[in-house]
Ligand binder design. Sequence first.
Ligand code: FHN
Length: 473
Amino acid sequence: MKSIKIWSLCLTMLAASYAQAQQKEQIALKYGAQYSGKRTDEAMNKWRSNRFGQFIHWGLYAIPGGVWNGKTYNYAAEFLKSSAHIPTSTWDSLMYQFNPKKFNAREWAKLAKKMGVKYMTITTKHHEGFCLWPSKYTDFNISRTPYGKDILKELVEAYNAEGIDVNFYYSVLDWHHPDWRYDIKTPEDSIAFRRFLDFAGNQLQELATNYPTVKAFWFDGTWDNSIKKNGWWTYEMEKMLKSVRPGVIVNSRLRADDYGKRHFDSNGQLMGDYESGYERRLPNPVKDLQVTKWDWEACMTIPENQWGYHKDWSISHIKTPLELLEMLVQTTSMGGNFLLNFGPAGDGSFRPEEQKIANTIGDWMQQNGQVIYGCDYAGWEKQDWGYFTKRTASNQINMVVFNVPVSGILKIKAPAGTQLKKAYAGTKQFKLEEVAKDQYFIHLPVQVYTTPQVIVIETGGGGKGGQYQEAKT
Ligand code: FHN
């Protein structure tokens, strides 16, 4: 007995020294994460509760739509300048063609409302450097186009009027600006890039000041060495934006630390307010499920890889409404936000496929949005029939069924000791057949289902003790 006590003391001391060693490995950073854990203020709680957002990529690239001099370039349409090796002066002259006759901000906002999104993220400026707002820091902006009016202001007002929050996408990478550098290799590079960082900082302050209802900044184009070598600037931008617009939210893509580490600093701490590295993919439910430790958002295209408008969508798989709806539900079930991208044409219209997706998802969300909005990771064992979500306010458990087994049996393995009180869908009650300790069956009628089925589980009190004998192996 004495030797066991000695052993357990040794193990305890070993564990403590290992943890201390881990702690010791923390690297001192000036430009690392500004805090740890999830933000729990009202603004972040609202962002989290929103769950479903519309991404909009719109700029000069929407005019050629992936086609240049009669040739179709299959790569992402917003990269056409690069794909077709178009000189900056030629590309920039597209500004004088930008006059979206079919653009109607209110109609865009109503379609978004119908789809059921609670926020919209708009490309204020993409890599091409063209600004959708009348920036005083560059002439390469909407005021110099035949359209002339402040499109960003129109969109913010129209979406806010529908109760939809608006977030700003901002590409730090700027192909138009002469002081942009991909890397800093000479003193001249340093001087020029510092001018560029001052320009970008002024634009960001302009956006945060002139559009006071903006809720978040979605940074992009920060993967080059020039930014990695200027982590201090990314740290200062996060501070500045949160000072100019208290409560504003900043994604992880902005940030680089003292050593050029991005998204997560050299101590593994998330920088910014949510991880936004999930692009055209969702986290791996098993490998990544620690995502519940921080907020995150997955952004998704409808084609395989087109963010801006491309004239030819026949070149890749186009995701169906049900595919995208399952991604939204799966994302919510893992405690994340889902940002679905739309790429309006140069005339301001959405394609029929995008409108069908918005309306189909919207029809389902109108009936079942309560399993998405204000919901989170439930912590119940994933089952093949679909996904659990949990309403944060009430702890109500939702089952969203995508795959009905041929048996019609929906298996539930509840957390140990959880008492399931009832299961229902609207007015329809379902029998909860207890088949083993903390295990239940719900029997669905075997029929063809054309949309995901939602069943609500109410829990409460302690589970039945002792009825089931634990296996003795
Ligand atoms: O290059 C951009 C791309 O055009 C698009 O904006 C996506 C959206 O997440 N971000 C970059 C690619 O990772």
